[in-house]
Design a protein around this ligand. Sequence first.
Ligand code: OAD
Length: 247
Amino acid sequence: MDIPSHLLEILQKAERVAVLTGAGVSAESGVATFRDPDGLWAQFRPEELASMDGFLTNPERVWQWYQYRRTVIHSVQPNPGHHALAQLEKLYPEFTLITQNVDRLHQAAGSTKVLELHGNIVENYCSRCRTPYSQEIDTQAQEPPRCPHCRALIRPAVVWFGEMLPADVVEQAEEAAQRCHVFFTVGTSAEVYPAAALPYLAKRCGAYVVELNPSTTAFSPYADLCIHAPSGQSLPRIVELLKETIL
Ligand code: OAD
């Protein structure tokens, strides 16, 4: 795969790097994306499965869908793209990994500082009193457990449509986008805001913005460089070449 030498030169000089990832970074692990032709939103209705209204209308259906996604995620491993990002973190004094993914595969690959914009699928909390639910989840259960404090339904700790993203996480992500010298947007369709605004913010603030995605996205025309390849191939190659030039 052809990695332009000017990208490596820019990465060599950079001190601050930020990365935004989306579902595509986990595709090669076997986790479905959302908006590709075989993605989750081609088969399921987001308003039924990823909204508070959908949960209140049919909590069993929503819970079963997340149980299914947990099963998938527990059965897969981080891929070379996740591992490359964990290595990239070690090469920079200031490195920020921002993800829209809820699968925790970045952490499984060894990334230590991950800003989870959309929460995660591993943790749960009470839909009424918001107390974290720390009891083990019965993977066979067809309906959500009840909160031990207020008896309301327990929900997954993901951000649903219509909900606010965690303000402190958004603030840190925006700060990283504003401060970085190089910003990577990896495996995301760049359609869901506010996450999708981050590459534009980075660009406005002077960063060199690189898109790693086999397809063209809404952001592609604004990227300084697009590498149209699966991120499980492009990221390891970039890190490998960068290490060679640094050492
Ligand atoms: P999408 O499904 O919208 O986009 C996935 C992107 O990954 C597409 O642009 C694909 O071209 C790209 N892709 C596919 N295979 C790839 C590979 N091997 N390497 C690199 N890229 C690849 O997923 P997101 O942009 O993450 O939100 O979607 C954003 C949010 O929409 C999600 O976090 C989720 C969803 O609704 C919530 O659940 C709140």
